[in-house]
Design a protein around this ligand. Sequence first.
Ligand code: ADP
Ligand code: MG
Length: 330
Amino acid sequence: MPTKKKTEEIKKAVVGKEPELIDLPGIGPAVSTKLESAGIFDMMSLAVMSPAALADAAGVSSAVARKAIQAARELLDLGFVEGTEYAKKRENIHYITTGSKNFDGLLGGKGVESRSITEAFGAYGSGKTQLGLTLAVNVQLPKEKGGVSGKTVFIDTEGTFRPSRIKQIAEGLGANPEKVLKNIMVARAFNSDHQMLLLEKVSEMVKTGEPIKLMIIDSLTAHFRAEYSGRGQLADRQQKLNRYMHDLMKLAETYNLAVYVTNQVMANPAQLFGDPTTAIGGNIVGHASTYRIYLRRGKQGSRVGKLIDSPNLPDNEVQFWVTNLGVVDG
Ligand SMILES: Nc1ncnc2c1ncn2[C@@H]1O[C@H](COP(=O)(O)OP(=O)(O)O)[C@@H](O)[C@H]1O
Ligand SMILES: [Mg+2]
């Protein structure tokens, strides 16, 4: 077990930069590389591992693994927080209405939540972008109307952001369309590296005092899917996506942001009954998303949203509409 002194030494050695895995006892560059290829990039991921799992992933003895985990936990000041402190942390969580009471209900009652990633996946035209555009407007509403008087960062990978549509939704709410549009900062991501890099920009913007409360990535996976389409590239793609999901969650947690991402689907030929589609990115994206919703077209021009595998809410299905006003109930 590392002594207090040892922890202090590590802390001193990493002053001015974020501690990295190689700063931990028993973790050299080779082991660190090995861990990265297993999807473990940062202190937090390592700190929450079991010694056996780490020993396995890193190819080190369980004694070394135990020491590294202990050191990581001390560095992060990971301990038990008191219930009251935990409750306080949860207190400043905010919610953004989707515009549909039904849909909000699917997410626990108030809409998309800060410190969380909400993922919508579905076929082309299922309403993923429309939901994002609606949220980008609704986040600007005052609290009593289901917003947080906040701004949005919209990372557009497919060129589907439509200022005219934003204005239309804003007008429907009786808001000033130009003002609403101004509170949405749009960045076009040209490839997956650029998409990843943009997260640093978001972090900078929040630090300079921009009241950003919502971040949208539409689409999360399109670039990754296009760039890593070759045979044998799946592992690389998943590793990069894993890192990206990690960075997203970190941003959400650090700055109390709600994160909304859209994801595509692909045909799953192995499934013979029901809806034969699965989300891109599989478990990597699925596990990192706090709320996953499958969107599809429903009866009479409606849409259906289905909550999938939520840890704390029932898997449920609701109907909503996309109209001039954005996302609404029937
Ligand atoms: N102003 C509008 N009024 C009604 N429906 C709209 C409007 N704008 C877009 N839609 C609907 O939204 C669909 C596009 O949904 P979109 O969110 O772009 O799908 P995707 O899941 O591919 O992102 C259109 O096919 C149309 O049915
Ligand atoms: Mg879209």
